[in-house]
Design a protein around this ligand. Structure first.
Ligand code: NAI
Length: 716
């Protein structure tokens, strides 16, 4: 690893005679920079003066073989410090504004002198020094500036009103210089340190004090000042060998007006206060332009019954990966790596993530607040009814987009209202990227005199009237909802047992969007070779919830490029998603055999079936001689867990129900008993008599299976 060096660079560090400044100066000196060690050598409260502090540090740098000069000016005359640098070294590349003092007093006791001196040293000092260096930076098209703030400034601290105000001032100073300096390759950042020094010796507890070495912060400051670092306009907090960026964030807030023509009353503010201060979904804005653009977009839109625009929406690699994990993508399935590894050559986003994002956007907006006349629509009384998603353009990560939301229809179903919302996501040029339609059922919001049916809701399509072509299953984990909620839907119904109990469930339920994500992932596996680029659109209806831990089974029917699917839970054979389809650009027919490893539920019997598969592949003629189609239903803990098809007519054995053929014989047996049977420890006749083995259809044909299972016995 190459060392980051500062050869040929001149670094000015103010207040470098002690504490943090000294650590910065020593580090710059040890890495080849010529250092101006500024310090007026005063006391902690800004009293007195001495050249010793700066001289000692200069001597230390020289002892290490470095180059340094001392400067004893106060930062209030920062221009003189820059002159020292020019006189000694002819240029300035780096300025670290670090000098500081304290005049702690509770707010009413701050005398004007205590106020002025603190503003002078911290704020005016930084301003004077940086301003003197700026033209030099501009001319040489290079400069690195650091200002020093404090957690007291970011959060307030008892007895430090003067200091907190000055420190917060550096944030605005630095971020504005960052903007003005950008085109000249001048960066400006703020460091928020916590370190052991004379400023903190009576503030920090002694055991903590010893851990907070200034030397652990110096590399962070030095990195920000290196020519290879382009970070600018940022606030970096650092202490005890840790560093992290700080942001100002803003709530989504609430339009206080019901109609554009309305004014705003104090009561409107009171009534919306919860939304105004709700920090769920709060965001950082990268620039004043961004925040103003959002404000402009909201002007003219009303309190949210219809149109709403959300700018600056985005997702990155990590969001997409977290989502993929939430819907069961696994490294144990090699085809899923493209969803889990950002450096994979085909790194992809699962398309259903776009549906999840749209629902999250709708829920965090006020679009539905006032759409049903005289009724309240809130998180507590809405159910996700139907979803449509259509992809028009590339949806790879990272992505930034704008959502335009529009309530297109509100239907009166008596017991509730169905609110149909279109969410179109566009890029910066206004080009549509993808589009969602969300049908929300608002319980108890019916009977408002609205129409019972309409024509805007994109319809579901019934499944074909024949047995399915393919069926894949996935056993959800007990933590499935806990993981999925991190992708945005934090409704407590999915995690909080008390909340779930109040809503009438025995435990927190899985998100419908999670079941949908799993279902479409399995459809892509079965019919798209796992390639999300082949995805075009989907429509689904949520019927019943899935409980975390249950096994989801997805039955699929192909009709051209449309894959109809129905999702149910294996444990109680209950349909959870119906009337649904995925439209693909083209279909990749994947051999069922290749899909065997997609089920997350590993059973002991799997190994025996795998062995039978290898036997059948070795000698297909022998298998074909049996000339029968067998369906094995394997149970676990009294519930159906898996199906295996032995289509020996075609010489194929695969997991799942028979595809396109009818079984001659269906055998139902528990996982454990099947292993006993295959390993010869359980006799088929006695298993049958004891009710451990259930056989329907052609019973005689089952006996022909003996030799195959015997072969398994020999192997195991
Ligand atoms: P320190 O007291 O050890 O070092 C500050 C140095 O600045 C002293 O050597 C002092 O003589 C010099 N100085 C004071 N007024 C000056 C002036 N007008 N002109 C030139 N030099 C002057 O303090 P420490 O802790 O190293 O603080 C460095 C900076 O970090 C200060 O700006 C402080 O406010 C800030 N800070 C420190 C924190 C900490 O935990 N130590 C926490 C947050 C911010």
């Amino acid at each position: 690893m190459s060392e980051l060096r500062y050869d040929g660079r001149v670094a000015v560090v103010t207040g470098a005679g002690a504490g943090l400044g000294r650590a910065y100066a020593l580090l710059f000196g040890s890495r080849g920079a010529k250092v101006v060690v500024n310090d007026l050598g005063g006391g902690r409260h800004g009293d007195g003066k001495s050249s010793k502090a700066a001289d000692d540090v200069v001597a230390e740098i020289k002892r290490m073989g470095g180059q340094a000069v001392a400067d004893y000016n106060s930062v209030v005359e920062g221009d003189k410090i820059i002159k020292t640098a020019l006189d000694a070294f002819g240029r300035v590349d780096i300025v670290v504004n670090n000098a500081g003092i304290l005049r702690d007093k509770s707010f009413p006791r701050i005398a004007i002198g205590d106020w002025d001196i603190i503003q002078d040293v911290h704020l005016k000092g930084g301003f004077k020094t940086a301003q003197a260096a700026f033209p030099l930076f501009k001319q040489q098209k290079y400069g690195r500036l650091i200002f020093t703030a404090s957690n007291s400034g970011l959060y307030g601290n008892f007895g430090q009103a003067n200091y907190a105000a000055a420190k917060t001032g550096t944030l605005g100073l630095s971020s504005t210089i960052a903007i003005e300096g950008k085109k000249y390759n001048i960066t400006s950042n703020v460091i928020v340190p916590t370190a052991a020094s004379r400023l903190t010796e009576d503030i920090l507890p002694p055991d903590v004090f010893n851990e907070l070495k200034p030397e652990l912060i110096a590399p962070v400051v030095a990195y920000l000042c290196h020519e290879s670092c382009t970070e600018s306009g940022s606030i970096i907090e650092s202490a005890a060998g840790w560093a992290g960026k700080c942001h100002v964030i803003r709530a989504n807030g609430k339009n206080l007006r019901k109609k554009v023509s309305d004014g705003v009353s104090i009561e409107d503010v009171r009534d919306n206060w919860e939304k105004v201060t709700d920090m769920n979904g709060a965001r950082h804005f990268a620039s004043i332009e961004e925040v103003t653009a959002e404000l402009m977009a909201s002007i003219g839109s009303d309190g949210g019954n219809s149109d709403g625009v959300q700018e600056g929406q985005s997702f990155n690699d990590k969001d997409a990966i977290l989502y993929a994990l939430g819907v069961g993508a696994s490294v144990t399935n090699p085809g899923d790596l493209r969803f889990l590894y950002e450096n994979h050559e085909d790194f992809s986003v699962l398309p259903t993530y776009l549906a999840t994002l749209s629902v999250g956007a709708l829920m965090s907006s006020s679009t539905m607040d006032n759409v049903v006349p005289g009724k309240t629509v809130s998180l507590e009384n809405v159910l996700h009814g139907e979803q449509y998603l259509e992809v028009m353009d590339d949806f790879s990560a990272p992505k930034t987009f704008t959502n335009s939301m529009n309530t297109v229809e509100v239907l009166d179903k008596g017991s509730g209202a169905v609110i149909v919302t279109d969410v179109v996501s566009q890029d910066a040029s206004g080009k549509p990227l993808w589009r969602n339609q969300i049908a929300t059922f608002a319980v108890g919001a019916g009977q408002f005199g609205g129409p019972r049916s309409g024509n805007k809701l994109i319809p579901c399509v019934p499944k074909p009237n024949r047995s399915c072509d393919k069926s894949l299953s996935y056993k959800t984990s007990q933590d499935q909802a806990a993981l999925f909620r991190l992708s945005g839907d934090v409704n407590p119904l999915h995690i909080d047992p008390n909340f779930a109990a109040v809503a009438g469930y025995k435990k927190p339920i899985l998100h419908g969007l999670c079941s949908l994500g799993i279902s479409v992932r399995l459809v892509l596996q079965a019919y798209a070779g796992n390639d999300p680029k082949l995805f075009k659109a989907l429509k689904c209806r949520f019927v019943k919830p899935v409980l975390p831990g249950q096994t989801i089974k997805v039955d699929m029917w192909r009709a051209g490029n449309r894959i109809h699917f129905e999702t149910s839970t294996v444990e109680n054979n209950s349909v959870t998603i119906s009337g649904s389809y995925v439209d693909l650009k083209s279909v990749v027919e994947v051999d069922s055999l290749a899909l065997n490893n997609t089920s997350a539920m590993a059973l002991q019997s799997d190994a025996i079936f795998e062995f039978i598969i290898s036997k059948v592949n070795e000698d297909p003629a022998k298998a074909k001689a049996v000339n029968g189609i067998f369906l094995y239903i394997i149970t676990k803990d009294g519930k159906q867990a898996k199906q295996w098809t032995m289509d020996l007519k075609a010489g194929k054995v695969y997991e799942g129900a028979p595809t396109g053929v009818k079984p001659n014989t269906t055998l139902t047996i528990s996982d454990e008993d099947f292993v006993q049977l295959a390993t010869g420890k359980l006799n088929p006749q006695s298993a049958f008599m004891k009710g451990k083995l259930k056989v329907t259809g052609n019973v005689m044909m089952a006996q022909k299976l003996g030799p195959l299972l015997k072969a398994a016995d020999a192997k195991l």
